[in-house]
Design a protein around this ligand. Structure first.
Ligand code: FES
Ligand SMILES: [Fe+2]
Length: 454
């Protein structure tokens, strides 16, 4: 084979479809300038992207800075309680309008020439208007906003594509699994504290694919954390036999679950004040039965919103406690990701339970936690390999074949009550392949409408 220096994204993508069918993926996709730039345009500008939870901005005028791809937005609740996702750039000469990460305001005043906007994005005042801007039509110069914003039980998602499908259509049947996490109790879930953010030398897709069902890494990568008992496995193991279930191809998304064979009410080891309020009116019997037996769920809503709903402990001599961690894998650069992490607990939790959920969450899946740094060290090393000339000149491919076709013995679970394809084994990577198939489909669709800028 003659080595040829190839930079075109489309040439790079051209062979990926057949590679994916064979369970292969080019290593370069995890750290490539051109792939990254194309992802910003073809994926992040056209997918439903998580912005934040409405409980982060509970009062009129509350705001926080958020990002879609690399683009800055203001997540704000206006004076009439409507939530907006406003482009954080002044309509006059483009200055960044809001520079404070989070706060409460009646309006946004530009630091350059002082144009003032309401919390709904409307332009309400311009200095020297009578001298210099007599005929300015204020109604035409409000802030730009994400054209589509959706509220899924308090989770706010936005889509920059004017022609986007609805959020309901985008989620499709995957909603059945998300509802188990977010509608578990009648009060729903609530964010505790501020989201944590940290920069890692890794590609955004590594966290997203990992949360889609990479169960085979847990006992290897996290061996030391499990060894000291903070996985809570001894107390959980005493309650029943554990089983991993992986659901893939659920309208482009996937989830992995660890459940016990037991008659007990586990519900991620949430306390009684929570398990008394299970949402029987909304969840069906099959959803409740899955939740009752569950200690871990993790999944990704394509592209970069992941969650892990888990019971672990902060000390081997204390029982595990449940919490829900939300993740955004923010694509800062091809080999750099800012991880955002929110900890949530059911609204019915007592103050002591919330504190415990937060503490357990921070001590496990956070930058200083017992599990998180293990993954980041591995992700960084993959991104480093992906940026090498050797990987490029040899067009190196990675093996995502575990459990694929006759490589494994993973027959779908018969009579599985939920949507998607479920298998009862951890020895597969179908959830990861689901993620990369969604990625490939989005990368191959040319931009339409307002996104014709490639
Ligand atoms: S750039 Fe904002 S007022 Fe001029
Ligand atoms: Fe991990």
């Amino acid at each position: 084979m003659v080595y040829e220096f190839r930079k075109s994204v489309d040439v790079l993508l051209s062979g990926i479809e057949s590679d994916l069918q064979a369970g292969l993926l080019p290593l370069r996709v995890f750290n490539d300038d051109d792939i990254y730039e194309a992802e910003l345009r073809r994926i992040f500008a056209r997918s439903w992207v998580f912005i934040g939870h409405e409980s982060e901005i509970p009062t009129a005028g509350d705001y926080a800075l958020r990002y879609i791809g690399r683009d800055p937005f203001i997540f704000v609740r206006d004076q009439k309680q409507h939530i907006h996702v406003l482009f954080n750039s002044c309509r006059h000469r483009g200055s960044q309008l809001c520079r404070v990460e989070k706060g409460r305001t009646k309006n946004f005043s530009c630091p350059y020439h002082g144009w003032i906007y309401g919390t709904d994005g409307s332009l309400i005042a311009v200095p020297s208007q009578n001298e210099g801007y007599k005929r300015l039509n204020m109604a035409e110069w409000g802030l730009h906003a994400a054209p589509h914003v959706a509220n899924y039980h308090g989770l706010i998602f936005a889509n920059l594509d004017p022609n986007a499908v609805s959020f309901e259509q985008y989620l499709g049947r995957y909603r059945w699994y998300l509802d188990i996490q977010f509608l578990l109790t009648e009060g729903g879930m609530e964010v505790i504290g501020e989201p944590h953010r940290w920069l890692v030398n890794a590609n955004w897709k590594q966290g997203a694919e990992n949360f889609n069902g990479d169960s085979s890494h847990t006992s290897i990568t996290h061996q030391s954390a499990l060894h000291v008992g903070v996985g809570g496995q001894s107390s959980i193991g005493a309650l029943g036999k554990s089983r991993g279930v992986h659901v893939s191809e659920c309208d482009g998304h996937a989830i992995s679950m660890r459940m016990l064979e037991t008659d007990k009410k586990l519900f991620w080891m949430y306390p009684d004040e929570v398990t008394r309020c299970i949402n029987h009116g909304v969840l069906d019997d099959a959803q409740i039965d899955i939740a009752r037996r569950s200690v871990v769920h993790d999944g990704t809503v394509f592209p970069n919103f992941s969650f892990i709903h888990v019971a672990v402990t902060d000390s081997a001599d204390r029982p595990p406690a449940g919490f829900l961690s939300l993740r955004v894998w923010q694509p800062v650069a091809p080999g750099k990701t800012e991880i955002w992490n929110w900890i949530l607990a059911p609204r019915e939790s007592s103050e002591a339970s919330r504190r415990r959920a937060y503490r357990v969450g921070m001590s496990s899946f956070s930058p200083s936690g017992s599990f998180e740094p293990d993954d980041i060290a591995v992700f960084g090393s993959i991104a480093r390999s992906a940026s090498t000339v050797f990987a490029e000149m040899n067009q190196l491919k990675l093996n995502y074949q575990m459990g694929l076709g006759d490589m494994g013995d993973l027959a779908p679970i018969e009579n599985w009550p939920g949507p998607g394809v479920a298998v009862g084994s951890n020895a597969g990577e179908e959830g990861l392949r689901t993620f990369h198939r969604s990625w490939y489909r989005q990368m191959m669709v040319r931009p339409t409408g307002g996104a014709q800028h490639e």
